[in-house]
Ligand binder design. Structure first.
Ligand code: DAH
Length: 344
């Protein structure tokens, strides 16, 4: 029996040595160490032996079992390593391969034009102010000289949330908020870009939500020529050095005097054509000298301080600059439209 075990051990070790696959190794494990394997069989015979022989057979069987299972364990590790090595070989990444091209995104035209206008005014010493899109009636209207029931409120059909809360109809309330923050002390020099909302039916020239950029300057000795010089500089930088502006009298409750600002037509340079309805000019923004009552409500002494303000629609500026024919293009996110404007 002992001899038999020895030769079984030799054969098993040879089988294990030659084994190439984990599956095959598992079969060998069952074959030699399993319940029906030769070692178990030898153990069964022990009950018929005398004490000495039983002891010896027990010892040899255990040794054989240990030798075979150690060999199997070592082989298992060896085969597993081989599998990993094989995988690593297959997973090899060729870092010298050229990469796939990815489509690069870009800022939306609205953001591009707002950034361009911001940069221009920052260059003139302005800072950027912000205000809430959900605004109180107080800031949106009353602080701007539009008390409840004022007929000029009809110019801006509004989305009311409650009696006192609405989606701001313009960025002008940021004027009032900025003035109050200043505590009656100049100078103030801000622009405020942001979204505004009007109860309008959307069509080629109207949108219920659009952008505005508000401007406000307050200091001692500010005159209308400061306003004109600033806007002239702005227009020439945005539309080109050959463009001129003109002021047309208008009315806004928060400015006195108030003006509409026109720029010479891109197509006819002022001589009159179908684009500018033969006027030679196209309207671009509203502006004026800050009304003394608005200065007062904002905590400034109108005897000491004067100011000018303006409000423009960046979409309108882009429409005129790039000849866009429909404001809805800004909101429908057609990539064929968006991708035409990669200005940076
Ligand atoms: N808030 C005005 C509007 O939405 C635009 C405007 C006009 C703003 C004149 C101004 C201004 O600051 O001085 O129609």
């Amino acid at each position: 029996m002992l001899k038999q075990l020895k030769s079984i051990c030799e054969i098993a070790l040879k089988d294990i040595e030659e084994c190439q696959e984990i599956k095959q190794l598992n079969e060998l494990r069952v074959k030699y160490l399993g319940k029906k394997g030769p070692i178990q069989e030898a153990m069964k015979m022990m009950k018929d032996l005398d004490t000495e022989a039983r002891k010896e057979l027990g010892l040899v069987s255990n040794e054989t079992k240990f030798t075979i299972s150690t060999a199997i364990e070592n082989k298992q590790k060896e085969l597993e390593n081989l599998v990993i090595e094989e995988q690593l070989k297959n997973d090899f990444i060729d870092v010298t391969l050229p990469s796939r091209k990815r489509a690069l995104g870009q800022a939306h035209l609205t953001n591009q034009i707002i950034t361009e206008i911001e940069d221009l005014f920052i260059g003139m010493g302005y800072s950027i102010a912000e205000g809430p899109e959900i605004e109180t009636d107080h800031y949106n209207f009353e602080m701007l000289n539009l008390p409840k029931g004022h007929p000029a409120r009809d110019m801006q059909d509004s989305f009311y949330i409650t009696e006192e809360l609405l989606l701001r109809t313009h960025t002008s309330p940021v004027q009032a908020r900025t003035m109050l923050k200043q505590g009656g002390k100049g100078p103030v020099k801000i622009i405020c870009p942001g979204k505004v909302y009007r109860r309008d039916d959307d069509d080629a020239t109207h949108s219920h939500q659009f952008f505005q950029i508000e401007g406000l300057v307050i200091d001692k000795n500010i005159t209308m020529s400061d306003l004109k010089g600033t806007l002239e500089y702005f227009v020439k930088k945005i539309f080109g050095e050959n463009r001129e502006i003109r002021f047309r009298p208008s009315f806004f409750p928060f400015t006195e005097p108030s003006v509409e600002v026109d720029v010479t037509c891109a197509k006819c340079s002022g001589s009159g054509c179908s684009m500018c309805k033969n006027s030679g000019y196209i309207e671009i923004l509203g502006a004026g000298m800050v009304h003394p009552d608005v200065l007062k409500m904002g905590g400034f002494d109108p005897e000491v301080y004067q100011g000018f303000a303006f409000g423009m629609g960046p979409e309108r500026i882009a429409i005129l600059k790039y000849g866009i024919d429909d404001i809805r293009q800004f909101y429908t996110n057609d990539l064929r439209f968006n991708n035409q404007f990669n200005l940076k």
